[in-house]
Write a protein of this length. Structure first.
Length: 320
């Protein structure tokens, strides 16, 4: 949809590192690994940050250099957190380091070139990530596929190089540690919080990370249902989500929701013949009326972050 398998050009430019050098690569490598060392102790976190700062001195780079750091953020580690956006993978990282050593040192794997090639391939993925993408506080999420890809070879290496009792001990430690993030998850805990997966409705769970959005989406959906509007257009910011509209308006028969005034290369697929009975918008500021595909729409309601426009007087000329 963007003429690029990675993303739209604007998004690529925003995330792509602006300084490709050995120093920038080393900086990203250090900072991305440090994301997994957050702890519950402020003193330890401060020590890690100070260490990262010290390691950057010979690189002649600031850890928050704008050329290597995602816009609007600065280098820090999230600490010991149960939030899915910034939680690290400390135990898994240690296992990977251990298995890399086993892979190239163990005599049992001396002739197992496939296992070594697998590890090298996953490692190259991490190299590419550090070479091309700016560091950001949510980097552990970007690295998650690499951790998952490492799991099969880690299981294989432990089974052939480590005693069964030790392997079972490692598995028990991993399972027990995972319960902390299952039961104490910041946004979707299973137990021990006021709002859990067991007592929170599916609709509410969509807004656990953005509770301020729930009222706006509910009211906009209720308005569309009250008008029995089945053809809805959306004019939304690039990274804003529309999925809740589909869920909250599912009782409207023959519901059709389409993006309008598309600003990226996928605009070639936008239907100029689509005439929605209402448009949900959050991109045009304080506009009280808009023209879309020759049709005038007037703002009928404003629900905090969402505006609802309905049909006004029709215009003959077409406005993209």
């Amino acid at each position: 949809m963007c003429h690029n398998p990675l993303s739209c050009e604007e998004t690529i430019q925003y995330n792509r590192i602006e300084l490709i050098s050995l120093s920038s690569f080393t900086s990203n490598l250090i900072r991305n690994i440090s994301l997994h060392f957050g702890s519950p102790f402020k003193e330890i976190n401060t020590a890690i940050i100070n260490l990262v700062n010290s390691l950057h001195q010979p690189l002649h780079l600031d850890p928050s250099d704008l050329r290597t750091t995602y816009g609007g953020t600065s280098y820090h580690i999230g600490g010991y957190t149960f939030h899915e956006d910034v939680a690290g993978n400390f135990l898994h990282l240690l296992l990977i380091f251990l298995c890399v050593i086993l892979c190239f040192v163990s005599t049992r794997l001396k002739n197992n070139q496939k296992t070594k090639n697998y590890f090298i391939t996953v490692g190259l993925g991490f190299v590419i990530l550090n070479l091309l993408l700016k560091w950001n506080p949510w980097g552990s999420r970007i690295q998650l596929p690499l951790f998952i890809l490492s799991c099969p070879v880690i299981g294989h290496l432990l089974s052939v190089t480590v005693a069964k009792r030790m392997t079972n001990t490692i598995l028990i430690i991993l399972i027990l540690s995972s319960t902390l993030w299952i039961f104490h998850n910041h946004t979707r805990p299973l137990l021990w919080r006021k709002h859990t997966l067991l007592n929170t409705s599916r609709k509410e769970q969509y807004f656990l990370s953005t509770p301020g959005y729930q009222s706006s989406f509910n009211k906009a959906a209720q308005y569309l249902q009250s008008k029995n509007c089945s053809k809805v257009g959306t004019i939304l910011e690039e990274f804003f989500w529309e999925y809740p509209l589909w869920v909250l308006t599912k009782n409207v028969s023959q519901l059709e929701i389409r993006a309008m005034d598309v600003q990226n290369p996928s605009s070639i697929y936008e239907s100029k013949n689509f005439k929605p009975c209402a448009i949900i918008e959050n991109r045009l500021g304080d506009a009280t009326e808009i023209l879309v595909n020759g049709q005038k729409y007037i703002r009928a309601n404003q629900f905090r972050i969402l505006n609802v426009f309905t049909k006004g007087v029709s215009y003959s000329s077409v406005f993209p």
